[in-house]
Design a protein around this ligand. Structure first.
Ligand code: FAD
Length: 374
């Protein structure tokens, strides 16, 4: 489909992952003229680029975006490629104006609106939604540079499968969900240890039974109890943003059963090898850093800082600028599939009606005023 470029629009959405797409769904409903700009050549790429064996921890019944349920067995946990294909189909079936292969390099404030540029193309709009995802700048400790050059080092962001590792023991640094899942996989082919402390663990085994009885409770808590509207939500939000989520599918019990050794945190490097907090040196030939991501600096010259204050994604200091898909943007579930749709709906309501090209596309859909959105 051809979309107008270098033009006056109601809204430009930067990023065409699930957050950008669902934003588009609600903008279309309100008659906005908009585009969704994404740097990839294919929708769903951020899922495709994750490790080969990755399955979602959310069951299919929670993985669909508004307007299109996730197909198939509702209690199954889709693979990352199933998820990517679903998003591609979503953009297509909703007729969303996604402009692929378009990396936004500059957002400038111009008069009452914004100018958004990607190379020699630009779009003018009164609203900009930044939906660029939170997993872009891999974080690893400075001392990683001191490891012996013979050690294979990877960040979880670049890990695909154990075939990338050389023979010999593997140390996985960081015990969040990525660290736990990668350690379990690697333990089938390599002697594996994992260093760090989990930020809690799901109290029951993850799987179909949990999808039926336990995950609905967790979803309810993440959507309706742990929100910026409740005292408990406001209390946990900073911790939630700063620390790894509890282990969900691969817990310490599963790791121990697979023979993975659980170690304390890595505190530095000595003689080219990782050193633990208790001073022990770990002689390994591979290190997988599962140490998370930096808060994204966006790199688009945004007219406000990445940590600018915002209310549910509405940037205080810059009318017309919005964030979507951020950790605990409104609720614990905000940066996940079950939570992002509600935040997008809220932003669309705050922006109000658009100038009309898409009006009627979603005729018959229920219109919910922002004041009624939980
Ligand atoms: P992304 O999917 O990262 O999409 C952002 C898009 O913006 C990307 O296509 C990116 O290339 C593009 N972009 C960025 N900058 C620019 C720019 N300057 N110009 C143009 N385009 C740009 N959530 C769940 O609900 N269930 C799960 O099971 C689950 N599993 C996860 C497993 C892993 C390993 C990780 C890391 C996350 C998981 N999540 C899960 C969390 C979340 O759902 C995903 O991170 C999801 O991809 C977030 O979607 P998003 O649209 O916010 O960001």
């Amino acid at each position: 489909m051809e979309y107008q470029q270098s033009t006056e629009l109601d809204t430009v959405v930067i990023g065409g992952g699930q957050a950008g797409l669902v934003m588009g769904f609600y903008l279309a409903q309100r008659g906005h003229e908009f585009v969704i700009l994404d740097e990839n050549v294919r929708t769903g790429q951020s899922w495709r680029d994750r490790w080969d064996s990755l399955r979602l921890f959310t069951p299919a019944k929670y993985d669909g975006l508004p307007g299109k349920p996730f197909p198939g067995d509702r209690l199954a946990f889709p693979s990352k490629d199933d998820m990517a294909d679903y998003l591609e189909g979503y953009a297509e079936s909703m007729g969303l104006p996604v402009v692929l292969g378009t990396r936004v390099d500059e957002v400038k404030k111009v008069g009452d609106g914004f100018s958004v540029s990607a190379g020699d193309r630009s779009w003018q709009a009164r609203n900009v939604v930044v939906a660029t995802g939170g997993y872009r700048s891999p974080k690893r400790p400075g001392f990683a540079a001191g490891l012996d050059p013979s050690i294979v080092q990877l960040h979880s962001n670049d890990y695909r499968n154990p075939g990338q590792l050389q023979p010999g023991p593997v140390l996985v640094v960081g015990l969040g969900n990525s660290g736990a899942e990668i350690a379990l996989e690697v333990s089938r082919t390599h002697a594996t240890s994992v260093s760090g402390k989990p930020g809690g663990e799901l109290p029951v085994r993850h799987g179909r039974a949990a999808a039926r009885f336990v995950l609905p409770v967790i979803r309810f808590l993440g959507l309706h109890v742990l929100t910026l509207r409740t005292p408990v939500g406001r209390k946990v939000a900073p911790r939630f943003r700063a620390t790894a989520a509890p282990l969900i599918r691969t817990r310490t019990k599963e790791l121990r059963a697979a023979g993975v050794e659980l170690l304390s945190r890595v505190s530095g490097v000595a003689g080219g090898l990782p050193v633990l907090e208790d001073g022990t040196t770990t002689p390994v030939t591979n290190v997988v850093w599962c140490t998370g991501y930096h808060e994204d600096a966006y790199g688009m010259g945004l007219p406000v800082a990445a940590d600018a204050g915002h209310q549910r994604g509405v940037v205080d200091a810059m009318p017309g600028l919005y964030f979507l898909g951020r950790e605990f943007q409104f609720a614990a579930a905000s940066a996940t599939l079950p939570g992002v749709g509600r935040d997008a709906q809220y932003l669309a309501e705050v922006m109000g009606a658009g100038s009309g090209r898409f009006a009627g596309t979603f005729r018959g859909m229920r219109h919910i005023p922002a004041s009624n959105i939980d």
